[in-house]
Design a protein around this ligand. Structure first.
Ligand SMILES: Cc1cc2nc3c(=O)[nH]c(=O)nc-3n(C[C@H](O)[C@H](O)[C@H](O)COP(=O)(O)OP(=O)(O)OC[C@H]3O[C@@H](n4cnc5c(N)ncnc54)[C@H](O)[C@@H]3O)c2cc1C
Length: 449
């Protein structure tokens, strides 16, 4: 009998899991249930559609359910919410009351935007940004909007802010912390990002939370601190919380960061025991940190895809494990690229690690080669072990390779001394300096330890 695999969720985790289950078991009956209308799109592209860099929302949808049916023999049921799961009877029950049996279940229910419980949060003109439909609604509202307040100055908030600025709106970012990209980026690097966006005309209200949204029947202003700011749209980029309705209903253990605690095979625990035949992937899962002892929330599409692969293989009878993560991230905000991996100083502090930093500034190309742009690299090493535990890079071109290079080094527990002595760098004048800025930052760090 063919194995029945049910996947709940059609985001990066769910669709990758379904495809990797198919690659593992050619005969399995695979069904994906999703509340969404569109599947197989990248939410990461939403800001760039709003900015006009990508033509339209249709362009970011890579495949439709017919593709999965015809090319991968996967049955994708859109606009179909799973109401509950019975892990003893091994069935999922849909909202219409029908039940579907499974042999293996993959929960990839993702997360939802956390909306602070403030006055006016449900007014027309207040949007979240998570799914493609959110993007479409924001795009429609932009046609009549003049001023937008983006609540939250994290990476997503900044990408949205600069996109809407470039689309011609007046944009104000309200961030409750004193710096943008809090938690994962150090204050000095974050300040450079903020001043770049200020040069582009984005305004910032720092260090005070959004207190209320005012308006009669629609958004008219926001209160931040003791001041009122006129606006006609508010976009909530206020963080993501794991979608725990089904995990809670099943009694799965929730970790200290508010997402499901899983084994390295991505199976949940219930009352201290591993639950058989259920796998989880994506934003619903809590990860282990590879640079420090303790849990972390990755909340990245890149992580969701890697976990989806593991969950899909295991659900289809194969064997794969998911390791601890560094959650390497990168963002393009306006003209600049900012990236990080492993720990920031704030995160090192959270995990109780003493770190020393080494920085360097240089160019993206050889000094004499035309068109080079500034690159700033910051490395953090744990004082005692001399291991590199974190990196942040700011530049205008091609910083992706540098952050991935450092991610590999940190993942392998490389000390700054080993990095300086043995880590090679490829070089050609149009692509980098002969002593790459990363190498110079590592040498500076070694001298300070
Ligand atoms: C604007 C934006 C930009 C981003 N940029 C980046 C980036 O540049 N790089 C990066 O790595 N990450 C980025 N991310 C984060 C990344 O998009 C997420 O981490 C990733 O999409 C999470 O995927 P997921 O499959 O876990 O969850 P989700 O995408 O949240 O999918 C969850 C799915 O579960 C379904 N679902 C939930 N409950 C049920 C139910 N009961 N029944 C049926 N279906 C259900 C939902 O309909 C949905 O399809 C960005 C996110 C946003 C919003």
């Amino acid at each position: 009998m063919a194995r029945k695999i049910v996947v709940i969720g059609s985001g990066a985790a769910g669709m990758t899991a379904a495809s990797s289950a198919r690659a593992t078991d050619k005969e399995a009956e695979i069904t994906v249930f999703t509340e969404e209308e569109y599947v197989s799109y990248s939410p990461c592209a939403i800001p760039f559609v709003l900015e006009g860099k990508i033509k339209d929302f249709q362009s970011i949808v890579m495949h439709d359910p017919a593709f999965y049916r015809n090319e991968r023999n996967i049955d994708v049921r859109v606009k179909t919410k799973v109401a509950s799961v019975d892990s003893e009877a091994k069935t999922v029950t849909l909202e219409d009351g029908s039940s579907i049996p499974y042999d293996s279940l993959i929960l990839a229910t993702g997360g939802t935007v956390f909306v602070p419980p403030i006055e006016g949060a449900d007014l027309p003109g207040v949007f979240k940004v998570r799914f493609i439909n959110d993007g479409m609604m924001i795009q429609e509202a932009m046609k009549t909007c003049k001023t937008v307040v983006v609540a939250g100055g994290g990476v997503i908030g900044l990408e949205i802010a600069v996109a809407l600025k470039h689309a011609g709106l007046k944009v104000i970012v309200a961030e409750m912390f004193p710096q943008v990209i809090p938690r994962i980026c150090d204050a000095d690097m974050a300040a450079k990002v903020q001043s770049e966006l200020e040069r582009e005309g984005v305004e910032f209200l720092m260090g005070k939370p959004l207190g209320a949204i005012k308006g009669s029947g629609k958004v008219e202003s926001v209160i931040v601190g003791d001041k009122e700011y006129k606006c006609d749209m508010v976009i909530m980029a206020t963080g993501v919380r794991a979608n725990l309705q089904i995990p809670n209903q099943l009694g799965f253990e929730i970790g200290p960061l508010g997402a499901v605690h899983v084994t390295s095979t991505l199976q949940p625990y219930r009352r201290g025991r591993v639950v058989k035949d259920v796998y989880l992937a994506g934003d619903v899962v809590m990860c282990e940190n590879a640079a420090a002892p303790g849990p972390t929330m990755s909340q990245l599409g890149a992580t969701a895809v890697r976990q989806g692969r593991v969950a899909g293989i295991n659900a289809a009878g194969g064997y794969a494990t998911f390791p601890a993560v560094l959650s390497a991230w990168i963002s393009q905000v306006g003209e600049i690229q900012i990236a990080g991996t492993g720990l920031s100083k704030g995160l090192a502090d959270y995990y109780g690690l003493q770190v020393v930093e080494g920085c360097a500034e240089g160019l993206s190309r050889a000094r004499y080669y035309p068109g080079g742009t500034e690159v700033i690299v910051k490395l953090l090493a744990e004082k005692e072990s001399r291991r590199i535990v974190g990196a942040q890079i700011l530049g205008r071109e091609d910083i992706n390779g540098k952050i991935n290079w450092l991610t590999a080094a940190i993942m392998k527990g490389v000390t700054v001394d080993e990095f300086v002595s043995s880590f090679e760098n490829a070089y050609c004048p149009p692509t980098s300096m002969v002593r790459d800025v990363v190498c110079v930052a590592a040498e500076n760090l070694m001298r300070k330890l």
